[in-house]
Design a protein around this ligand. Structure first.
Ligand SMILES: [Zn+2]
Length: 422
């Protein structure tokens, strides 16, 4: 069956919803008991919360365990180096140890532990016979994890690391590199430099696949790669402690979450799980034998959907990273995120600047969008903005005010919270 060729692990990637639920309940039970038995810092977390791992029977029960933050992991590791009691093996038994800002150290027991990356690379279309250039640094998990992934698929790896654009152009050309792994801006630099050096990128290079990560992929850059250069672009969502978190399929409509991780979107104040389509903080539980993580609070805002994806994968899809928890504001139970507002407003070129003001009127939240216009506004424009914001951000605007140019200072916050609770 031709369609099977799209999946590295069709059994796991296409699990029917009921089976998927059972799979994750079982995985969560396993990781709770395993982390308790093998990692003293996690055992302490259970004991401090007065919970026995046997009480964690499935994903819903995770709410009983208080989440852990990056700062807490960094502190545990600095008090008890190198891994802070969060790792099940000695440093000398690790296959890799990666650095993560903080600093924090992430041990990996074997290349198989980062197999998630292979799934993502396969979904992107990487196959045996591909020659991949890995331009991410080896210091962080993302570079070596994808090297292992390309090898696992049967590809060849050229680990170039970042920087030295001219040399990268040479290597990409000479070795007929078919796959690129790195940041979108670095790929753009390579293409620009190649053209300055007199190459015709489409004719002289064999690049047809780009897996990109670690910075936001702008729609215009994606379009440029795809339409002008015929490169298939796949965006990858990573996270320092787990490596790969999610990946795009050919539909390019959100990030499929890998089966090695249980992802929760939680209310940052209560830690309670939020349902699909709601914006909240991403918390990750990682089924690793070496560095099992339970409810790691990423500080990143996201949302997910359970709607079936035409590609056939049944995992939830994340909308991407929408911002950091501190930047958002909660309005009528929903999170309003600057980046989402900016995305919504990017549809309106006649708006030069905008700002959302939150206030309280009659004990209720009021959301006012002020938009500075290049030319006069209209009721039609106001309605279009209202619909777009509601669609993308889920929050209804109560009022839209059109302002004349230079009313909003150049350095301005996207969300101004003026609410006073009495
Ligand atoms: Zn899909």
């Amino acid at each position: 069956m031709a369609i099977r060729e799209e999946y590295l692990d069709p059994q796991l990637e296409m699990m029917p919803p009921g089976e998927r639920e059972e799979y994750f309940d079982q995985k969560v039970r396993w990781v709770a008991q395993y982390a308790f038995d093998n990692t003293p810092a996690n055992r302490n977390r259970f004991e401090q919360a007065g919970i026995d791992p046997s009480q964690i029977r499935g994903v819903k029960d995770l709410e009983k365990i208080p989440p852990i933050t990056r700062d807490e992991i960094v502190e545990l590791q600095s008090k008890n180096p190198p891994f802070g009691g969060l790792c099940s093996i000695e440093a000398t038994k690790a296959y890799w140890i990666f650095y993560s800002p903080g600093p924090a150290y992430v041990p990996v027991g074997s290349p198989e532990e980062v197999d998630t990356a292979a799934k993502a690379a396969y979904a992107a279309g990487v196959r045996r016979g591909d020659i991949a250039m890995v331009t991410l640094p080896t210091l962080f998990i993302a570079g070596p994890a994808f090297e292992a992934a390309f090898h696992r698929i049967g590809g060849t790896v050229v680990p170039t690391g970042p920087g030295n654009t001219e040399l990268q152009v040479q290597i990409m050309h000479d070795l007929c590199i078919s796959t690129f792994w790195g940041t979108p801006s670095f790929l753009a630099s390579i293409i620009d430099r190649a053209e300055k050096m007199g190459y015709d990128f489409c004719k002289d290079f064999a690049l047809r696949n780009a897996l990109v990560s670690t910075e936001k992929l702008s729609p215009s850059l994606r379009k440029r790669f795809e339409q002008d250069y015929g490169i298939n672009v796949t965006d990858i969502l990573g996270s320092g402690f787990v490596g790969l978190l999610g990946y795009e399929c050919r539909e390019k409509s959100g990030f499929h979450v890998a089966e090695e991780i249980w992802m929760e979107v939680v209310d940052p104040t209560t830690g309670k799980q939020l349902g699909p389509e709601k914006v909240g903080e991403l918390a990750l539980t990682y089924f690793s034998k070496t560095f099992p993580l339970i409810r790691y609070r990423t500080g990143d805002l996201s949302s997910y959907t359970n709607k079936p994806c035409p590609c056939g994968r049944t995992s939830p899809r994340l909308s991407g990273i929408l911002g950091r928890v501190g930047e958002s504001a909660k309005v009528r139970g929903l999170f309003l995120v600057p980046r989402q507002l900016e995305e919504a407003m990017s549809d309106f070129p006649q708006v030069s600047r905008f700002q959302v003001i939150l206030s309280r009127e009659n004990q209720k939240d009021m959301v006012t969008l002020q938009a500075e216009l290049k030319e006069g506004g209209s009721g039609v424009l106001a309605k279009a903005i209202e619909d777009k914001v509601q669609n993308l951000c889920r929050v209804r605007l109560d009022k839209i005010e059109f302002l004349s140019p230079s009313s909003i200072p150049e350095e301005h916050k996207v969300i101004v919270d003026n609410r006073v609770w009495q």
